[in-house]
Design a protein around this ligand. Structure first.
Ligand SMILES: NC(=O)CC(=O)C(=O)O
Length: 312
């Protein structure tokens, strides 16, 4: 592998587990400080939590909602540019056309917006005696898959509840993503039961189209896998707000990064901190050759397709 290839086959992922309170300005300044800290420790791609600028709750979305670009995204753009990092800006309540969305904005190292992902699956659950949460009471759902290229790999984006839908992850993988990122905010009911389990489960599943990945190849400086050869073992990262027992919605915490073998390679506690994981794409390719699930897929029995043009 060439020196360039070797350099591009590894990068450092930083996950910011942010203490989020009721004062937006405080949340924003803390986020900017921790993005700088993450970059200072070698972070190439930085991930913030769901609803990083405001309390997470249906009664807060309208009060804290912003148009995009707006106060929060301008600050994130500055943070990405000043620190020369790819910044997955968690999520914020977005107002557009009289509707509210739970939106994640991704910035390049030049501070420009690369994409906006609006949470596709709204968090509507009712666990009797435990938790009832109905995002759809105030939010509208997004309707696009969101992926972006970096010099290291292609990244698929989901927001929290999106992680529960394997089809989304499968389509991201088939489109060549090697890392999935999910700003999230699980709670004290679903967090202990599902947070880590879902993240590890998103690694290994049926998907891809044809034969196994033979060797990664480089096009335009990116490590890419021929679309047909894309397998589905990949890295998965989640970012949670830090736990605050005094808030109306108590976040589980435990931001995590899992590798293609399904091992937890970095995990936060419940306090505010930044965790790091060195992503090794050659290791990903090795795992995909050791367990060639795509080659073993029963293409004659099932398939996963997107109804959205260009995402099948
Ligand atoms: N907050 C979410 O969107 C999802 C969640 O907490 C869960 O799935 O549990």
């Amino acid at each position: 592998m060439s020196t360039l290839a070797k350099a591009m086959s590894k990068f450092r992922l930083a996950v910011v587990q942010l203490q989020v309170g009721g004062v937006k300005a405080d949340n924003l300044s803390r986020a900017k400080r921790l993005v700088k800290e993450a970059a200072g420790r070698g972070g190439n791609l930085v991930l913030l939590p769901e609803c990083f600028n405001s309390p997470y709750g249906t009664s807060f979305f309208s009060q804290y909602a912003e148009r995009i670009p707006g106060e929060s995204t301008e600050l994130l753009s500055e943070a990405a540019r000043e620190n020369q990092v790819y910044l997955v800006g968690g999520s914020i309540p977005e107002e557009d056309g009289g509707k509210l969305y739970n939106s994640c904005i991704v910035f390049g190292p030049d501070g420009k917006i690369i994409l906006k992902h609006r949470k596709i699956h709204l968090f509507d659950i009712d666990v009797p005696g435990k938790i009832r949460f109905q995002e759809s009471e105030t939010l509208s759902a997004g309707d696009t898959l969101s992926m972006f290229e970096t010099p290291f790999c292609k990244v698929g984006v989901g927001i929290c509840y999106d992680i529960r839908f394997a089809e989304l992850a499968q389509l991201y993988s088939r489109q060549g993503c090697q890392l999935l990122v999910y700003p999230g905010a699980f709670n004290m009911t679903t967090g202990p039961a599902h947070w880590e389990l879902l993240q590890r489960a998103r690694l290994i599943f049926i998907g891809g189209d044809h034969e196994t990945v033979k060797t990664p190849n480089f096009r335009h400086g990116y490590m890419t896998f021929d679309r047909e050869a894309v397998d589905n073992q990949l890295y998965v990262a989640t970012a949670s707000p830090a736990r605050d027992e005094s808030s109306s919605y108590v976040a589980w915490g435990h931001s995590t990064v899992v590798n293609p073998w399904g091992e937890v390679i970095s995990k936060a506690g419940t306090e505010e901190e930044v965790i790091y994981a060195d992503i090794d794409l050659q290791y990903l390719a090795d795992v995909r050759q050791q367990i060639p699930i795509t080659a073993q897929r029963r293409h004659d029995l099932y398939s996963v397709t997107s109804v959205q043009r260009g995402n099948s």
